[in-house]
Ligand binder design. Structure first.
Ligand SMILES: [Zn+2]
Length: 84
């Protein structure tokens, strides 16, 4: 079903850059994590078409964030800046 790779974005018909490594942000409450996935990325609108199995990787990342985040070193902080 997913064997043939479309070279055009389904949304804007822009060119897709195939098989890119992209970081997707996952959230669990106030905690934020990044998961690196493979995806085809539209050069025009930025739409990311995740490769098969990548959404499972995101769910796994969210589960790690929920249950095991204390064993992972943080790479930054998150601030609520209250900008008005
Ligand atoms: Zn597009």
């Amino acid at each position: 079903m997913n064997d043939s790779k479309p070279n055009k974005c389904w949304r804007c018909l822009g060119e897709l850059k195939l098989d890119q490594e992209v970081q997707i942000q996952v959230r669990e409450g106030d905690d934020v994590g990044f998961v690196t996935v493979r995806a085809d990325v539209c050069e025009q609108c930025g739409e990311r078409l995740l490769h098969p199995g990548m959404s499972a990787r995101l769910l796994k990342g969210q589960s790690i964030l929920r249950h095991e985040h204390s064993s992972i070193p943080a790479i930054g902080r998150v601030y609520n800046l209250h900008v008005v």
